[in-house]
Write a protein that binds this ligand. Structure first.
Ligand SMILES: O=P(O)(O)OC[C@H]1O[C@H](OP(=O)(O)OP(=O)(O)O)[C@H](O)[C@@H]1O
Ligand code: HPA
Length: 176
């Protein structure tokens, strides 16, 4: 068990399991985008570990860029997604692959959907390491999902609780 700020978390998903999931999802990305010279866009901060693992496994030509969005306070979404670092690359007519650590309520994804549509991309697909189907209330498709998880707050592998826990190499869930 670990403690971050005032909350306790227990081990939930091992590093080995995360690696297996990333291997599988990266095979799918290679199969579908290997010859398309995609622009991978990582959504900071949470996706930095996942994004790096997916692009290391990508075998074609690609570009890599990041945006930074934020909306969480503690363990809850504020519902207000702030763009802290926007797109700084021309994406017109490009194939974009969004790399997210988690899709939870979907608020962040809806904001990203608007940003990408405005930028004139040819197509974009969403890859997310974790997905909470019970929490997701939006209609933007999540095209590639590493793992579906219950509606419990998790930390580790890039995900934080008020800034802490991102460096953990396995995933922990909030202790009930
Ligand atoms: O589907 P949602 O409910 O919008 O949650 C998903 C988003 O929440 C987290 O980001 P956060 O806003 O915490 O910023 P961070 O990545 O810097 O931690 C996570 O990295 C996703 O981008
Ligand atoms: O479960 C979560 N943990 C950490 N950050 C998050 N952002 C959305 N959902 C989560």
């Amino acid at each position: 068990m670990i403690k971050l700020h005032d909350l306790e978390f227990e081990p939930y998903i091992s590093e080995e399991e995360i690696t297996q999931v990333i291997d599988r999802i990266s095979d799918e990305v290679n199969r579908d985008f290997g010859d398309k010279t995609p622009v991978f866009i990582g959504v900071l901060n949470g996706s930095f570990m996942f994004a790096s693992e997916v692009v290391k496994r990508f075998q074609g030509d690609c570009e890599i860029s990041f945006v930074k969005l934020g909306s969480y306070k503690g363990t809850e979404s504020t519902g207000e997604v702030k763009t802290l670092l926007g797109l700084n690359q021309d994406l017109k007519d490009r194939t974009v692959v969004l790399l997210e650590d988690i899709v939870d309520t979907g608020n962040t994804l809806v904001e990203l959907d608007q940003i990408l549509k405005q930028s004139g991309v040819k197509e974009y697909k969403v890859v997310s390491l974790f997905f909470k189907p019970e929490a997701y209330k939006k209609s933007v498709p999540v095209d590639y999902i590493g793992m579906e998880i219950p509606n419990k707050f998790i930390v580790g592998y890039g995900l934080d609780y008020d800034g802490l826990g991102r460096n953990l190499t396995q995933v922990y869930k909030r202790k009930e």
